[in-house]
Design a protein around this ligand. Structure first.
Ligand code: 13P
Length: 347
């Protein structure tokens, strides 16, 4: 096995998942503002440190995706974050896209920027310790979207990003997110996710990406929030696994899910339903941000005296997801996260 495959194997290790801690400073600002937490480079550092240093988290955490600011930060004792993670056997990663801008001529659709100078940036990130990267494109679903234009523009770009990563010894995570925040029903979500993933794979092959050294990060397939419908975990598992099996070749290194604004319980229960369906052609795990962070961020509230409690909440949420990916999560055991989640949401 080569270096890329070793990294894939470490990230997809059976009882673990990834933390997406790569919110841009602008996104972090929105989330901190909503909770009245001052947002500075120092409070963002303290927050990310709180997550990464949660006692025992290495048992369930395989990798952490950083933002450019965060990969350069250090723990209180001066240990750079990437080195801290490596010392715990957790793989450091980096979000390298530069975010979304409007796609001209395609109202309501976006294109992800960040290819210019990327080879050089990847070399620096590798030096800093990153062994995998993430690039996200976002697709909103409506009667008129996603268009072929936005799919082609975004997925060509994503495939090019993947080649640059692999040349730099870095595993690319390719993330074409289908936004959950839309009016789509379950069958429309199914159809859109399948078309996007199929075109993504076609582009990756066209650009000669080594699929075994690549990870797909996808939305679960579920009815959009504005549709008014709620998809049951069984429906989510059924549709998600049909789409993945249709679109993703068995040679792909792995599949990870984003949570996309689902509640922590919803994301966990859907993951559990997916995990319960047994072995798939590729290992599957989670790479959540909001579904493991929101209750912990609320409990932390920017105060050092809350760190231990917030870490406990984050630990339990991550542990639950690590069990769920194997179909092994059991509610109401010691460590049932629902108590933590509702306690923290009420506070
Ligand atoms: P969410 O789990 O909050 O969707 O974030 C995951 C992610 O990395 C989005 O790019």
């Amino acid at each position: 096995m080569g270096q890329l495959q070793d990294t894939v194997q470490a990230l997809l290790a059976e009882n673990k998942g990834l933390l997406a801690a790569d919110e841009s400073s602008k996104s972090a600002q929105k989330r901190f503002d909503a909770l009245g937490i001052p947002c500075t480079d120092e409070t963002r550092r303290q927050y990310r440190q709180m997550l990464m240093t949660a006692p025992g988290i290495e048992e369930y955490l395989s990798g952490v995706i950083f933002y450019d600011e965060t990969i350069r930060q250090a723990t209180d004792d001066g240990t750079p974050f990437p080195q801290y993670l490596q010392s715990k056997g957790i793989v450091p990663g980096i979000k390298v896209d530069k975010g979304l801008v409007d796609l001209d001529n395609f109202t309501g659709e976006t294109i992800t920027e960040g290819l210019d100078g990327l080879a050089e940036r990847l070399r620096e990130y590798y030096e800093l310790g990153a062994r995998f990267a993430k690039w996200r494109a976002a697709f909103s679903i409506s009667d008129a979207t996603p268009t072929q234009g936005s799919m082609h523009a975004n997925l060509h770009t994503m495939a090019r990003y993947a080649t640059l990563c692999q040349s730099a010894g870095i595993v690319p995570i390719v993330e074409p997110e289908v936004l959950y925040d839309g009016p789509q029903d379950l069958s429309k979500a199914h159809e859109a996710t399948e078309s996007i993933l199929k075109l993504l794979v076609q582009m990756l092959k066209a650009y000669r990406v080594d699929l075994s050294g690549c990870i797909v990060k996808t939305s679960m397939v579920l009815a959009g929030k504005q549709s008014g419908a709620t998809s049951s975990p069984d429906e989510v598992a059924e549709h998600t696994l049909v789409v993945l099996n249709e679109a993703i070749p068995a040679t792909m290194g792995g599949v990870v899910f984003l949570s996309g604004g689902q509640t922590p319980e919803q994301a966990r229960d859907n993951l559990q339903a997916i995990g319960s369906r047994g072995k798939q052609p590729w290992p599957i795990t989670f790479s959540f941000s909001r579904a493991v962070q929101d209750p912990a961020m609320k409990a932390w509230a920017g105060k050092s005296e809350n760190v231990a409690n917030a870490q406990k909440i984050y630990f339990e949420l991550t542990k639950a997801c690590a069990e769920a990916r194997q179909g092994k999560f059991k509610a109401n055991e010691s460590g049932s996260t629902d108590n933590f989640v509702s306690a923290s949401q009420d506070s």
